[in-house]
Ligand binder design. Structure first.
Ligand code: SF4
Ligand code: SF4
Length: 345
């Protein structure tokens, strides 16, 4: 089923989705676009390349309270904070970010203990994927083609959207997406020329546009293992790093978190907050020992985790080539170049 709407009428579609549940969509902020919960349908803005921060926060918020408690003299009363069960519509997600969700599922939804917060949100969410505009140049930092992801790849989306001049074409990919599309009465049926355009865009999207490096995951995993002790290499590539953690916070595939208690006057909250392996005290132990005091050790850990350990343990690279870490790094450290350099050693 292919449907369409005029892009200038996107606020009408947003309003219908807001009646059905929570709408998360790109909005324009001072520094660029980011996903946010929509309270005003006029705020949805599809005129963006990609968001500064990835949409992983839809399932794994930067800060999340789990338990509220009251410390009594003899007993502590505690109450679990439940996840809102309303349907969620995650609107306008680029194909590389859609792919990142399936990699994150390994940790939160498949391996070991199922994370109920991630898992419930995943079930409640309908993903509206959104093809990159093939008529616009790609950002120089992107390299998702190197990881087998394409600009107009509908895999993983429930509904996949393609922009056609002043219209937005929407196609149901999963039964969940098809069912929702049939209920959205602000959309009209697309014509034969729209169908042709949609299919051609998907086909054209398979052409390489981003930086491209032939990355065989087993080769890079072994190579990084072999150069682990090459301190000259790791010191050189990390020499400008400030350990600011920006690269990990914007990344759709970084998932480290800390659990902390915030207690005052006997009342407390247990919460999860994003953490980053690039921070100096990430590995600081209670004894005072820190196995990663040097910047090069932390950057080496990040690259090895994504391109070596993750491959060996889970069979997939934990990076989708979205380019955010490179765009956000204040000193232009580029993960693609590091992988490229390592392969040459
Ligand atoms: S490591 Fe960089 S390029 Fe890879 S997914 Fe994370 S932010 Fe995107
Ligand atoms: S964003 Fe750049 S400077 Fe900051 S921790 Fe990451 S690599 Fe280092």
């Amino acid at each position: 089923m292919l449907k369409k709407t005029a892009i200038e009428k996107i606020s009408q579609l947003a309003a219908v989705l807001m009646e059905k549940g929570t709408l998360l969509a790109p909005v324009k902020e001072v520094a660029g676009h980011n996903f946010a919960e929509i309270n005003d349908p006029q705020k949805v803005d599809l005129n963006f390349y990609n968001t500064i921060i990835s949409p992983k926060g839809a399932f794994f918020p930067p800060k999340e309270d789990f338990i509220k408690y009251k410390i009594g003299k003899t007993i502590t009363e505690a109450e679990q904070i439940k996840v809102d069960s309303k349907p969620v519509f995650l609107f306008g997600v680029r194909p590389c970010d859609v792919k990142s969700f399936s990699i994150m599922d390994i940790h939160f939804n498949a391996a070991g203990i199922i994370d109920p917060y991630w898992s419930q949100r995943r079930k409640a969410t309908t993903i509206f994927g959104y093809a990159y505009d093939l008529n616009q140049p790609v950002d120089a930092a992107d390299f998702y083609n190197s990881l087998g992801i394409y600009a107009a790849d509908p895999e993983g989306s429930d509904i996949f959207m393609v922009k056609k001049d002043k219209d937005l074409l929407l196609k149901g990919i999963t039964p969940k997406g098809e069912e929702l599309l049939a209920q959205l009465n602000t959309l009209v049926d697309a014509g034969k020329d729209d169908e042709k355009y949609y299919e051609e865009t998907l086909k054209k999207g398979k052409e390489y546009k981003t930086r491209f490096l032939c990355i065989d995951q087993d080769v890079i995993a072994k190579k990084l293992e072999a150069v682990f002790n090459n301190n000259d290499f790791w010191t050189k590539v990390s020499s400008a790093c400030l350990s600011c953690g920006a690269c990990t916070f914007v990344c759709p595939n970084c998932y480290c978190f800390d659990i902390c208690d915030d207690t005052i006057f006997g009342k407390g909250t247990r919460r999860r907050v994003w953490d980053a392996c690039m921070f100096t005290d990430f590995t600081l132990e209670a004894s005072g020992h820190n196995p990663r005091t040097q910047v090069y050790q932390r950057l080496r850990q990040k690259i090895n985790h994504k391109y070596s350990y993750h491959v060996k343990k889970y069979g997939v690279i934990s990076c989708v080539g979205c380019g955010r870490c490179t765009r956000s790094c204040p000193v232009n450290i580029d993960i693609y170049s590091i992988v490229e350099e390592a392969l040459k050693l």
